[in-house]
Design a protein around this ligand. Structure first.
Ligand code: HQG
Length: 173
């Protein structure tokens, strides 16, 4: 397994698997993480970890004051303290055709994560959708949602998060 995959798995979803506990904001001490990983047969150095954090294509992780956390994507409960922000007029969501009937009926839901992930541009959304097959990019009328009282948060790596997106704000290609 690659280090970034290992970090995603344990900082977002299964910290208990290697016996670590995330604090309320999703953070854990870097040295403690390295020790716990090693004790479970996955060895890496602090320098290797820092290299992954610095070069992760999507800036998935942040290290501050010796603590590391995932910037978004959690399924375990964490309070990321992300700022509520006014979104751009439109945001984008990449998905695949087989989900469209359900999405048309109930809108976008967070599913197993904390929030619906929205991208600032079509290209990024297409890459997100392409993880599952031929991507379909939906346009989200974010400004209209915001006007109607929905809040948006912006993760430190540029992902826009919403609790849900009702179907009336979705435009298909
Ligand atoms: C779909 C990756 C049926 C939704 C990516 C998506 C992203 C529905 C899937 C980040 C639905 C959930 C998040 C509904 C939504 N009925 N299906 N009502 N509402 N869906 O993985 O957005 O590499 O939880 O379209 O790059 O695909 O992990 O969300 O297909 O930034 O850093 O349900 O994860 O980043 O899937 O991806 P996910 P996502 P990382």
């Amino acid at each position: 397994m690659k280090i970034s995959k290992f970090l995603s798995r344990h900082l977002r979803h299964e910290p208990h698997r290697i016996g670590i506990t995330l604090d309320a904001h999703g953070r854990v001490d870097v040295e403690e993480l390295i020790r716990a990983a090693g004790a479970h047969g996955f060895t890496f150095t602090r320098a290797e970890l820092e290299e992954v954090v610095a070069t992760s294509d999507k800036q998935r992780f942040a290290v501050e004051d010796g603590l590391i956390r995932a910037n978004q994507g959690h399924s375990v409960p964490v309070d990321l303290d992300l700022p509520v922000r006014r979104p751009p007029a439109r945001l984008y969501h990449g998905t695949v055709g087989r989900f469209l009937p359900a999405i048309r009926a109930e809108g976008l839901r967070a599913m197993s994560r904390h929030a619906v992930h929205l991208s600032p541009d079509r290209e990024t959304a297409a890459r997100v959708g392409a993880r599952r097959g031929r991507p379909v990019v939906l346009t989200v009328e974010a400004e209209a949602m915001y006007r109607d009282g929905h809040s948006f948060r912006l993760s430190s790596n540029g992902v826009w998060l919403a609790d849900r997106v009702p179907p009336r704000y979705l435009l298909e290609p």
